[in-house]
Design a protein around this ligand. Structure first.
Ligand SMILES: C[S@@+](CC[C@H](N)C(=O)[O-])C[C@H]1O[C@@H](n2cnc3c(N)ncnc32)[C@H](O)[C@@H]1O
Length: 410
């Protein structure tokens, strides 16, 4: 597969050729191999899976070649808080190799004191001291990276997972997803074979738009000063993830995400208002050819955020994700640094909906019990022009989860 990147300088437009062009009608077939390595077997008790491409797949023939599944698969793994363990020691060529199992490529990279942030040909990857985040869209095979990733972290850091979260929205075209992503039950079975203590959930309307979650949370003792209120002696770092998954976006709002002469990714970031969402952030944005946009942002407070846009009218989709510690409703969060804008869930949603103008959206806010987002108020004021079609709240041993679905009023 060809290297996609033409230019990586900040502020300069990045043009990316379609990975799909390079694959030229190939179908992906996953081949399960029972190559047990003794160390890996004792560590994870799992099968080793490899992905392989063959030509002439029947499914490709049935599919509309222009269709792109924007909805992402999202994997977040927290490794144990172990002295001397830092995932960022793992060299770049190893990440390239892990991503080859997923069928995507790194196209840009930036770093801060807290994060290594990668823009991928299909979405993003964030690596910090003990947390790994991989978000991929299209027909990528994210879960096939799991075994190589766990082996890599064990060999470089002698570390194993403390907790794991795999989630995704329901697909527009589930039948065209490769194994093991053909259905959530297949994904959950795959994950259970590696993490038998995992649990599966579904939020939303199962016959319409819904959101699936598989999670493994192992309670452990951390060297953190944050005490878990319900569990004497247990301490964890505050952790939260907000996702806003928007569909059926107004074509006019999507126009900036199609390439036009002389317009750079940086121009699009400013013109659309995306640059004002979390001012003061370092931004790495990519404009795809002929359309599509991906952004990674790192705030001066050590948080990440990421935006991905599929602007094609028949299947338009945009997503926003951050681990920023904000409060639901209208309560302002408490950044010590005034340079950082104060952000609320309602304020952020209002800005995002103004930029992307979706017909419908799903929002999830996942927070552990030392996070300021953990206590969820019973009500939620809808952003202007939108109404809530569903609201669910779940309480797990360490985490709470707020799920909201909304639609634009006429
Ligand atoms: C920006 S990428 C990431 C998609 C993301 N998950 C989302 O939220 O929609 C997808 C968009 O870029 C376009 N695109 C162009 N070249 C691409 C490439 N090489 N790989 C993936 N998408 C590409 C797709 O057609 C689509 O509109």
């Amino acid at each position: 597969m060809e290297k996609l990147e033409r230019c990586e300088d900040e502020g300069v437009q990045k043009e990316v050729r379609s990975v799909r062009d390079c694959e030229d009608g190939e179908a992906l077939v996953q081949v399960s191999q029972k190559h047990f390595d003794e160390d890996e077997k004792s560590l994870f008790g799992m099968k080793r899976l490899e992905s392989k491409r063959i030509t002439g797949g029947e499914e490709e023939d049935e599919e509309d070649a222009s269709f792109f599944e924007g909805a992402e698969k999202l994997l977040e793994i927290w490794f144990k808080d172990k002295a001397g363990s830092d995932l960022r020691v793992i060299p770049r060529h190893e990440w390239d190799s892990v991503l080859s199992y997923v069928h995507c490529l790194i196209i840009s990279h930036m770093s801060s004191a807290d994060h290594d942030a990668y823009v991928l040909s299909e979405s993003s990857m964030f690596i910090s001291r003990q947390r790994f985040i991989l978000k991929t869209c299209g027909k990528t095979t994210l879960l096939l990276a799991l075994h190589p990733l766990l082996s890599l972290v064990f060999s470089y850091c002698q570390n194993t997972p403390q907790s794991l979260f795999y989630s995704r929205k329901s697909y527009l075209q589930p039948d065209h997803q490769p194994q093991p992503h053909g259905s959530f039950s297949q994904e959950a079975d795959f994950l259970l074979s590696l993490f038998p203590d995992g649990r599966s959930y579904c939020m939303g309307d199962m016959n319409r738009d819904c959101w699936y979650l598989f999670k493994v949370v192992r309670l452990g003792t951390f060297g953190s000063p944050f005490l878990v209120p319900s569990c004497p002696g247990l301490t964890v770092e505050p952790d939260q993830t907000l996702e806003v998954l928007m569909s059926n976006l107004e074509p006019e709002a999507m126009q900036p995400f199609f390439q036009s002469d002389g317009i750079t990714a940086q121009d699009v970031t400013k013109k659309t208002g995306i640059a004002s969402l979390l001012p003061g952030s370092s931004i790495d944005a990519v404009l795809f050819s002929p359309c599509g946009y991906s952004l990674n942002g790192l705030t001066s407070q050590g948080y990440y955020w990421t935006i991905h846009v599929t602007p094609e009218a028949n299947f338009s989709y945009a997503s926003f994700e951050t681990n920023l510690e904000l409060c639901p409703g209208e309560v302002e969060n408490s950044f010590a640094d005034d340079a950082e804008k104060k952000v609320t869930l309602l304020g952020l949603l209002t800005q995002l909906l103004h930029i992307f103008r979706p017909k419908k959206l799903i929002t999830t806010l996942f927070a552990n019990s030392t996070s300021k987002c953990h206590m969820v108020p019973p009500g939620f004021a809808s952003p202007p022009g939108y109404y809530v079609t569903g609201r669910q709240w779940a309480q797990f041993s360490l985490y709470s989860l707020l799920f909201l679905s909304m639609e634009r009023g006429n």
